[in-house]
Write a protein that binds this ligand. Structure first.
Ligand code: G3P
Length: 215
């Protein structure tokens, strides 16, 4: 499973790159609004730091506007992926941009048929939002299972990108289900590496090493 980080914060991205496990980045207008600086400069720097897919979201809601914005954003770097909302106008934009060879991430997916339609339109990634479904008393991960099954039934090439991840449990389940990609906040990424037995075990090893006759 590819690991993406869901942030536009350069420091968090640098940390994740240095750990050597980062496959890509997802951003959205909300994440962008938390950072200082021109958003295109931030995206350029993210694309320089991360060799994999970097999602940048359009804000137009009509197909011609999305296509125009998508083409502009795609000029920033070869690894830009255009994030398009899963609405009827979005399908037209996904079709047009993907036909031009631009990677597209269909965002704000909340039901499996939205996932099938964006795949038919040619999306590179489909992003179901699991945390936001959990928020309204659904089981977000059920949607991941449904999408993986549907894509496998028809040998669909679109990758399931698990988004709106809130916990390590989401990540574990995504990997168990065989999701192609999971994007997560920096905090969740760091929690994946945490175990109290690792910390106490290391502490003990270091304490015992002090007793070793090093001469
Ligand atoms: O990148 C989109 C998605 O991951 C947003 O997550 O936590 O705002 O639902 P959240």
């Amino acid at each position: 499973m590819k690991i993406f980080i869901d942030t536009a914060n350069l420091e968090e991205i640098r940390q994740a790159v240095d750990m050597g496990i980062l496959d890509g980045v997802t951003t959205n207008p909300t994440l962008m609004s938390k950072e200082k600086g021109a958003f295109k400069d931030i995206l350029k720097e993210i694309c320089r730091l991360v060799p994999g897919s970097v999602s940048a979201e359009v804000v137009a809601v009509d197909a011609p506007g999305m296509i125009r914005e998508g083409r502009e954003l795609a000029k920033i770097a070869d690894n830009i992926t255009i994030k398009i909302p899963t609405i009827p106008e979005g399908l037209k934009a996904i079709r047009a941009l993907s036909a031009e060879g631009i990677w597209v991430n269909a965002t704000l997916i909340f039901n499996p048929m939205q996932g099938l339609l964006v795949a038919k339109a040619g999306a590179t990634y489909a992003s179901p939002f699991v945390g936001r479904l959990d928020d309204i008393c659904h089981v977000g991960m059920d949607l991941i299972e449904q999408l993986i099954t549907i894509y496998a039934n028809y040998d669909v090439k679109t990758q399931v990108l698990v988004a709106s991840v809130r916990s390590t449990q989401h990540v574990i389940e995504a990997a168990m289900m065989g999701a192609h990609v999971c994007t997560m906040p920096y905090k969740v990424l760091m929690q994946l590496m945490k175990h109290p037995l690792t910390d106490s075990g290391l502490k003990q090893f270091l304490a015992d090493w002090e007793k070793v006759n090093k001469g």
